[in-house]
Design a protein around this ligand. Sequence first.
Ligand code: FES
Length: 108
Amino acid sequence: MPVVEPFMEPYRRHVLVCTGSFCSPDRRGRGLYALLASLLEREGLLFGPGRVKRGETPCLGVCAGGPIVVVYPEGVWYAGVTPELLERIVVEHLKGDCPVEEAVFHRL
Ligand code: FES
């Protein structure tokens, strides 16, 4: 069996969205995860030096006040993320390098 070496294009940030049901019983995180893709595309963050990877996870260990979103490598954690707040996170934090401070509840 041939060995295929893994390869990945460079990226600047990784955003994880909790899609679990404990932090948001109506699982609003699922909608946010889908919305994140279109926002990243709109803001030109899917390719190039500012590339942002996204991932969904069933739990980030917070389990309250969600949906929870975390941005790495900074380790900036957001709670109660709405579609409007997600748009601000993409524009102000991921593109503008300025976290949305009033929505941050934890940092590394
Ligand atoms: S279910 Fe979202 S943090 Fe645990």
